[in-house]
Design a protein around this ligand. Structure first.
Ligand SMILES: [Zn+2]
Length: 450
């Protein structure tokens, strides 16, 4: 058959060349051997998938420029064409509609970040180690995947690296085995995970347990929280992340139970423009430390993504404000909770700043070019605040907890939020969503007041 170039109808409008909607993946088993000195990666991916409503005579995975040794579907070698980040596979025998199938890909090469308007994405070689920060489309820089955020799967990830390095992946560490001078770390991520949220950090880190959790009045199971930090920065880390366990308790109060087994914070031994979230992990740079809690806003932002973005994943990238707006609002809630400026005051400041900037960004569909524009974050925070004003305190916080509970480990859209929020009020919210989410013009500040 001809290789159809046209994207499937429901392909991501911002990244139509990524992902394949004709099947979904439920399980990835990745085994990666990485040599930092030569930036050499050897990988094997075993992918468990299910065909959609039509038989699959061919399908695609996203994978950057690696040398392929073998592609096997259901145990039989498959034909494939690997070009421009797409691995198009034609199984020896078509997969029937609705049938489960497995794909095995063996590959080697020197991983490079995927180039994008936001700089390099994905696997990044560091001075001494490596990290992965894939949002939004960097995952194929290191493993073959169905690269769309709504196709969530469980993962087993095995990374072999020289024993001097610590390997952080997120999820539960199943085993750590040293042979000769290499160590293999096997992690299991049992919660459904979007491909862009899969991370690997390889570096010379010390593990620091953050203790705390619960309170004398309301004891509860504390969420295990671990920092992976260059040894010389342990002291600063203890200050900069010193209130994170308290923050976890507060967020569990307002957002509901933490959705994963544990939370790891990696401080890579490099400066990073911005910290980045992954499933059960956040990666910061040395520039986010300093021993004065100057980046605590970002500590809150990254932690909040574990609920908004990671547990609740967006159906496609048009809905990015559901991740960033709620993470921004979590910064404001933490400020309010700890005696800093209230969320209302942060909203007023954001509004004043936005009023001086071009108003060509629609939060509910910002377009690919503006999806990570700072205005998207601010407008998203304002939209959440407008919902709080419209619902009132009690209903807003019940709505918030309900949102993360109903869609835990699921996939969400703006219309799902609108339908959900409507259950918490007798008044229609259409105007709130219309003004704050679906229009580029900034509504008047008076709309935010009681
Ligand atoms: Zn964010």
């Amino acid at each position: 058959m001809a290789h159809k170039r046209a994207a499937a109808p429901e392909a991501d409008p911002y990244f139509p060349a990524h992902g394949d909607t004709r099947y979904r993946v439920h399980r990835y088993e990745l085994a990666v051997d990485y040599r930092p000195a030569s930036n050499r990666l050897r990988g094997t991916a075993r992918i468990g998938a299910v065909a959609g409503g039509a038989a699959l005579r061919e399908f695609a995975l996203d994978l950057a420029d690696f040398r392929l040794q073998r592609v096997v579907v259901d145990g039989r070698p498959a034909h494939y064409v690997h070009r421009a980040g797409r691995l198009r596979i034609r199984p020896a025998k078509a997969v029937e509609a609705g049938a489960a199938f497995t794909v095995e890909v063996h590959y080697t090469g020197n991983p490079q970040p995927v180039t994008s308007q936001w700089g390099g994405l994905g696997w990044e070689e560091l001075t001494d180690g490596a990290l992965v920060a894939s949002q939004p489309v960097g995952a194929p820089s290191w493993y073959p995947c169905n690269d769309r955020p709504a196709d969530k799967a469980t993962y087993q990830i095995s990374v072999t690296a020289p024993s001097v390095y610590t390997v952080v992946v997120g999820g539960r560490l199943l085993s750590r085995t040293t042979r000769a001078s290499s160590t293999t770390w096997v992690y299991e991520q049992a919660a459904p995970t979007s491909s862009y949220l899969v991370t690997v950090s390889i570096g010379r880190y010390e593990a620091v347990q953050l203790s705390g959790g619960g309170s004398v009045l309301a004891p509860r199971r504390p969420v295990p929280q671990t920092g992976y930090v260059p040894a010389r920065l342990r002291g600063q880390f203890a200050v900069d992340f010193g209130r994170q366990t308290r923050m976890m308790d507060f967020f569990e109060d307002v957002f509901g139970a933490y959705p994963f087994d544990g939370y790891a914070v990696v401080v890579a031994d490099e400066e990073l423009d911005v910290p980045v979230e992954a499933q059960g992990v956040a990666t910061f740079g040395t520039n986010h430390l300093g021993g004065q809690r100057r980046s605590e806003r970002l500590v809150a932002h990254e932690l909040a993504h574990q609920w908004f973005g990671n547990s609740l994943s967006i159906g496609d990238w048009r809905h990015i404000w559901l991740n960033e707006g709620f993470a921004k609002y979590a910064e404001w809630l933490w400020s309010e909770h700890t005696g800093g400026p209230t969320a209302a005051s942060h909203a007023a400041t954001a509004h004043a700043r936005l009023a001086r900037l071009p108003q060509d960004l629609t939060p509910g569909d910002p377009g690919r070019r503006l999806m990570f524009d700072d205005r998207l974050y601010q407008r998203g925070g304002l939209a959440v605040h407008a919902l709080r004003r419209a619902l009132g305190e009690g209903a807003f916080f019940r709505m918030l907890k309900g949102w993360t509970a109903v869609h835990r480990h699921g996939v969400v859209t703006t219309s799902a939020l609108a339908a959900h929020a409507a259950r918490y009020t007798a008044h229609p919210l259409d105007a709130v969503f219309d003004l704050w989410v679906h229009r580029s013009a900034l509504p008047p500040a008076g709309e935010l007041e009681d």
